[in-house]
Design a protein around this ligand. Structure first.
Ligand code: ISJ
Length: 364
């Protein structure tokens, strides 16, 4: 290296050392503020929840709005996500149950939403996640609710019908699937592929084109698929990064999902509603009587109050009273007067109406 370049490098590194020192002090000062916030919250209410979804969403949105680069808004928000996660852990580490096992996309969604300092616990089934939250064994739960390619996760919606749980957040994850093998796999002899049925469905065309003769074996999770591959020389798995890393598998074809925009939406469930964050969504379940015009009656107030509906799902009723059950997501918070007025009208027309929760729109 020339002496000029070497001198420049030294100067830049000295500057970086100084900046790191400043960042360190600023992060520590921020963490102290968070500790004081905890004291204020406790003094107000001994049963307080330290985690505040609406405030976290506001912090991240503000950071993204202020960011001028060179790091992207998403990258900057991801860094601040971790700073907040660590600050919250000083107040109280947040405990989160997710649909396991370890290595699932739901775990990845939990990490994306709560950061690395959260304590996350894998559950074997969606109802178990609900139960843990209801019982107060964890603060929050994370469950998948819809995939852009494969549609809704019916089991999650059905569980809401029988639960008093609130939705207090959403997180959307881009889903990339890879074809993975173990160190003993004979790559030219792959005759069996393991994966979760949803993942098979999301990679159907790719598999038809590249492995038309391999047997497709559906298993309970992509993590389980990855585990099985370790023990067989003629098998591969379709799974995501986390599951592959967990079992030390190697990617032999990456991003094999049929649609490049393949993404899954997850819900954060808890025992309390989230206050207004300024950019919110609401989820409802509505039962209508079995009579002509019922769907029109339900939708008309949304139209008149100009409320933006983002999803409408119909599920078969599980009791005689609820003939039609509709799950509806829309933009707005139930505390906004315009939304409250619309809800009052729908309530009069419906056999039953339950607000599952108003929550900040996914930021990351
Ligand atoms: C510091 C607070 O508590 C938690 C930590 C936050 C943060 O680090 O910015 C934000 C919201 C809370 O989850 C707060 O409520 O302001």
């Amino acid at each position: 290296m020339s002496s000029d370049a070497s001198a420049r490098l030294d100067a830049l590194r000295e500057r970086i050392d100084q900046l790191d020192c400043d960042i360190l002090h600023l992060i520590s000062e921020r963490a102290q503020c968070a500790q004081e916030v905890a004291e204020v919250k406790l003094a107000e209410d001994p049963a307080t929840l330290f985690y505040r979804p609406e405030r976290e969403a506001q912090v991240l949105r503000r950071i993204m709005a202020m960011n001028k680069g060179p790091l992207s808004d998403e990258e900057m928000a991801r860094l601040f996500r971790e700073v907040m996660s660590a600050c919250l852990a000083l107040e109280q580490p947040v405990k989160v149950a997710y649909l396991g096992p370890e290595g699932t996309f739901t775990q990845q969604a939990a990490l994306k939403h709560f950061g690395e300092s959260a304590v996350s616990l894998p559950m074997a089934a969606i109802d178990e996640v609900f139960r843990e939250v209801e019982a107060g064994a964890v603060h929050y739960g994370v469950v998948p609710v819809e995939n852009s390619t494969e549609g809704v996760v019916n089991h999650t919606l059905d569980t809401f019908l029988e639960s008093s749980i609130h939705i207090c957040g959403e997180v959307v994850l881009r889903i990339h699937h890879h074809l993975l093998v173990g160190e003993n796999t004979r790559r030219d002899k792959i005759s069996r592929i393991y994966s979760h049925p949803q993942s098979f469905a999301q990679c159907r065309k790719w598999l038809d084109a590249h492995y038309p003769h391999a047997e497709r074996v559906a298993v309970a999770s992509n993590a389980e698929a990855s585990r099985l591959v370790k023990t067989e020389w003629h098998s591969a798995a379709i799974a995501g990064d986390m599951a592959g890393k967990l079992y030390g598998l190697e990617v032999i074809a990456d991003k094999v999902e049929d649609r490049p925009d393949n993404s899954t939406r997850f819900l954060i469930i808890g025992n309390r509603d989230a206050p207004l964050s300024g950019s919110d969504k609401t989820s409802l379940v509505v039962a209508m009587r079995n009579q002509p015009g019922a769907l029109h009656d339900l939708l008309e107030p949304f139209h008149r109050h100009q409320i933006d509906m983002t999803r409408l799902e119909t599920r078969p009723s599980r009791s005689g009273v609820w003939n039609y059950v509709f799950f509806i997501d829309f933009v707005g918070h139930h505390e906004e007067p315009r939304v409250a007025a619309m809800l009052d009208e729908v309530r009069l027309r419906a056999a039953d109406l339950k607000v599952l929760g108003s929550y900040p729109q996914g930021v990351l």
